[in-house]
Design a protein around this ligand. Structure first.
Ligand SMILES: [Zn+2]
Ligand SMILES: [Zn+2]
Length: 343
């Protein structure tokens, strides 16, 4: 079994083991085809998070069911699947209060995770981290199901109305996919903002959105120029830099809405909260993944990923398993927007 193994921070190794993993009553076995590198995988790689607490490595994968265990949720041998949170228990306090994304810890959902040729995935009556995927959805694009699920949650929190103007701080996968989804839900002008000139040039090449550089002294004037001088209706904050929250307060119009999708580390000095009251801002957090289901109980995100496939392909860089360490380096440096490792 081939595995991209994290031995210590910044110490990745490609290992091949004889290890055969055995399904349990609570799991199914997946032959992993590809796995994307998430910001949280990079946090593990960089030593900001710790594998002794998180237990698995890689959660954005696609593959084929090789052992369906007890076959709960209609999962069968040979089925093509991709990871995303689709089911909470429905009984706990969180589920009964619309917070299924907090239902159970994801900590043991995958063992050892998607950076391994084979992984176990929890699949119980009460809890599932897998969606079947249709033939039209290829293995590579399907790895974006989980980040698209998180981005879908952001878009729901944005409460978008037709024609709303949107500013997305942070042109990583979550910010970009949220912008793509908001567009399909009727948003008007969408502006991407970043401080990395490299990322801005990458984005300009894709032609997906207008982009501005927040390192420019006049970035706020540029935003106002593009949005009838009032500022934007919706800000999505997806940078991970706490200081950007103050910039979000400036960019939002009076009565505007800010969705915070950032995983922040650390605190910020000279924080100016006054605009929250002065502009009657609404600030909401968004913590994905969360089940996003249609009335028949199947995933709404699978449909969205299929719809957005041509745009999603523009932000993916594919690496062969043998180049997995390079994939992590490129994800870390920003050379790749979404690095996907193919097994
Ligand atoms: Zn992720
Ligand atoms: Zn629950």
């Amino acid at each position: 079994m081939r595995e991209v193994k994290l031995l210590a921070p910044r110490e990745l190794k490609l290992v091949e083991t004889e290890k055969k993993i055995q399904v349990t009553d609570k799991t199914v076995k997946v032959d992993v085809k590809a796995c994307g590198i998430c910001g949280s995988d990079l946090a593990l790689y960089n030593g900001r998070r710790d594998l002794t607490n998180e237990h698995y490595f890689g959660h954005e994968f696609s593959g084929i069911i090789t052992d369906p265990g007890l076959g709960k949720n209609g999962i069968q041998k040979g089925m093509r699947v991709a990871s995303e949170l689709v089911k909470g228990c429905g009984i706990c306090w969180f589920c009964r209060n619309g917070l299924q994304n907090y239902c159970k810890s994801l900590n043991y959902a995958l063992l050892p995770g998607g950076f391994s040729e084979e992984t176990l995935v929890t699949n119980e009556d009460t809890y599932s981290f897998l969606s079947p995927i249709p033939e039209e959805l290829d293995d590579i694009t399907a790895t974006l199901l989980e980040p698209a699920n998180c981005a879908f949650h952001v878009a729901m929190k944005a409460n978008v109305k037709p024609g709303d103007t949107v500013l997305v701080f942070g042109l990583g996968a979550i910010g970009l996919i949220a912008a793509m989804i908001l567009k399909t839900l009727g948003a008007g002008i969408i502006i991407g903002a970043d401080r990395s000139q490299k990322r801005i040039e990458q984005m300009r090449k894709t032609g997906l959105f207008d982009v501005i550089n927040t390192a420019d002294a006049d970035w706020l004037d540029q935003v106002k120029e593009m949005t009838a001088k009032e500022g934007v209706d919706i800000v999505v904050e997806a940078t991970g830099a706490p200081v950007v929250l103050s910039e979000a307060f400036k960019a939002a119009r009076t009565g505007g809405r800010i969705v915070v999708a950032s995983v922040y580390f650390g605190a910020v000095d000279q924080f100016e909260p006054l605009p929250i009251m002065r502009k009657e801002l609404t600030i909401v957090g968004s913590k994905g993944p969360a089940p996003q289901l249609k009335a028949d109980g199947t995933s709404a995100v699978v449909d969205k990923v299929l719809q957005l496939k041509p745009d999603l392909e523009k932000i993916i860089t594919v690496y062969d398993y043998k180049d997995a360490i390079q994939a992590f380096e490129d994800a870390r440096s920003g050379a790749a927007i979404k690095a996907v490792v193919k097994f």
